[in-house]
Design a protein around this ligand. Structure first.
Ligand SMILES: NC(=O)c1ccc[n+]([C@@H]2O[C@H](COP(=O)([O-])OP(=O)(O)OC[C@H]3O[C@@H](n4cnc5c(N)ncnc54)[C@H](O)[C@@H]3O)[C@@H](O)[C@H]2O)c1
Length: 189
């Protein structure tokens, strides 16, 4: 079975878009017809990725910065909307891996940096994306891998009641036999 997506006329924002899964997602959104805002902390690699997509005829913009910086995240969403007129989808993918060492050997500075990006940074992206999406009240979709799953979950329930669609994608958190037992809000999907 071949699944095709049509994002014609829509606008997607992808963080961590300079490489890996973020770049793959930016390419996929662009190939499906979306205008894409690519965001990443590595300005030179981001520039190369943006140029590659632009050369292929896609509508793209590269906006370099650090998602742990609230002023940057706010301007990222604002510039995306200023450039393309709207925001329909977001892939909040930027993140860093924990060092492959035992907890006893990790400094609190490293722990703080990981949380500043993987949790607070993702939350900041969601916050400003959702402010925009709430304003537009279009059918929207936002996806995030890993740490902010619980934040996504709360927002998904909130937006679902307002008629919007969100998708969580949390490796290791997929539905299984213990799912209902772990729910704390008593609601079912
Ligand atoms: N690859 C895996 O097996 C795996 C497993 C679990 C989670 N993840 C997470 O999935 C995401 C994508 O993984 P990947 O393998 O494509 O990683 P990757 O390192 O290729 O891509 C992550 C991108 O995020 C960018 N980034 C890092 N910190 C940033 C910041 N503060 N602000 C803006 N951009 C920042 C990096 O420059 C990089 O381009 C990452 O968040 C990663 O932690 C990956």
């Amino acid at each position: 079975m071949t699944i095709t997506y049509d994002f014609s006329g829509q606008v997607a924002l992808v963080t961590g878009a300079a490489s890996g899964m973020g770049l793959a997602a930016a390419r996929a959104f662009a190939n499906a017809g979306a205008a894409v805002a690519l965001a990443d902390i590595r300005a030179d690699v981001l520039d190369a990725a943006t140029q590659e997509l632009a050369a292929a005829g896609h509508r793209v913009i590269g906006l370099a910065g650090d998602i742990s910086d609230e002023a940057y995240v706010k301007s990222l969403v604002e510039k995306t909307v200023k450039t393309f007129g709207r925001l329909d989808a977001a892939f909040n993918n930027a993140g860093i891996q924990s060092p492959a060492v035992e907890t006893a050997d990790v400094s609190s500075e490293v722990f703080d940096r990981i949380n500043a990006i993987n949790l607070r940074g993702v939350w900041l992206c969601m916050k400003y994306e959702l402010i925009q999406m709430r304003k537009a009240m279009v059918r929207s979709s936002t996806t995030r891998l890993s740490a902010a799953w619980s934040v996504c979950r709360v927002e998904r329930l909130t937006l679902a009641r307002r008629g919007s669609r969100k998708r969580d994608n949390a490796p290791g958190c997929h539905r299984h036999g213990g799912w209902q037992e772990r729910r704390v809000d008593g609601e079912s999907d």
